[in-house]
Design a binder for this molecule. Structure first.
Ligand SMILES: [Zn+2]
Length: 259
């Protein structure tokens, strides 16, 4: 009986916080509003958010998703093209944790090979099951960016697509277990039909994080996209672990109870 009890205890998985990251590619921090993204902006009140996340340059997907998940700027990692094969000297957060990654479409080879693996199914039961069991899940929506390139960023059709993806995100998030920490973010914005230049419209993204212990209705005035990595790592440690951040780090005011 005692041996059975011991075995039972040993078989209980170690409790770790689960984090789901939802990427809304190309939804600029300058463009997200209560009108086009009613669900995502409603989370601002429930968590910590920033509509002034500074993308690394160039403000393109590969550079920025890689920075968001490796914790370093493009000056350090050197990935400055969506299509050119680059070297990826820094480990992404997905390589350190039990992760499952999902993407919609047209992710460039640079990201495909090094950040995203998985299937084309998105927000279906399979993804939900994975999100419930993996420590870290990334679900990436590419449609908003595609509409920006086709019809112009902040155009009528772009905002129509933002609304559509916002709804999709809502349906998905509402099916996740309540204790899941959720981070919704973009990688860059755009101007007219591209995002190659260094303008606030192009290089400003957004993020919102909600979950146990995370400060509510808390706006961060400005942050860098590579600061996303330590945020995710901290969330993965769950509310019982001690604060690991240096004095003065913005993360001190992100969590109410953790630090
Ligand atoms: Zn992108």
């Amino acid at each position: 009986m005692k041996l059975f009890l011991l075995l039972f205890i040993l078989l209980i998985p170690v409790a770790t916080a689960k984090v789901v990251v939802i990427g809304m590619d190309g939804l600029g921090g300058k463009y997200i509003t209560e009108d086009n993204a009613p669900f995502v902006t409603s989370l601002f009140k429930q968590g910590t958010y920033c509509t002034n996340v500074q993308s690394v340059l160039p403000a393109i997907s590969a550079s920025n998703w890689y920075s968001a998940f490796s914790g370093v700027s493009s000056k350090q990692h050197g990935v400055i093209s969506d299509t050119k094969n680059s070297e990826y000297p820094h480990k992404t957060i997905f390589e350190k944790y039990d992760s499952s990654l999902y993407y919609t479409a047209t992710v460039k080879p640079a990201i495909e090979n090094h950040i995203m693996k998985g299937t084309w199914s998105l927000t279906d039961q399979g993804t939900l099951n994975k999100a419930r069991t993996s420590q870290l899940t990334f679900v990436h929506f590419d449609y908003i960016d595609i509409y920006g390139h086709l019809f112009g960023y902040n155009s009528k059709l772009y905002n129509w697509m933002v609304k559509k993806v916002d709804k999709k995100v809502k349906t998905f998030v509402e099916k996740l277990p309540k204790e899941t920490t959720i981070l919704i973010m973009s990688d860059h914005g755009g101007l007219r039909k591209s995002h190659k230049e260094d303008t606030p419209e192009e290089r400003t993204a957004f993020m919102v994080m909600v979950g146990e212990g995370i400060k509510q209705n808390n706006q961060i005035k400005e942050m860098q996209i590579y600061e996303i990595t330590p945020m995710i790592e901290k969330a993965l440690q769950g509310p019982t672990k001690k604060n690991i951040w240096k004095e003065g780090s913005f993360l001190h005011f992100l969590w109410e109870r953790f630090s």
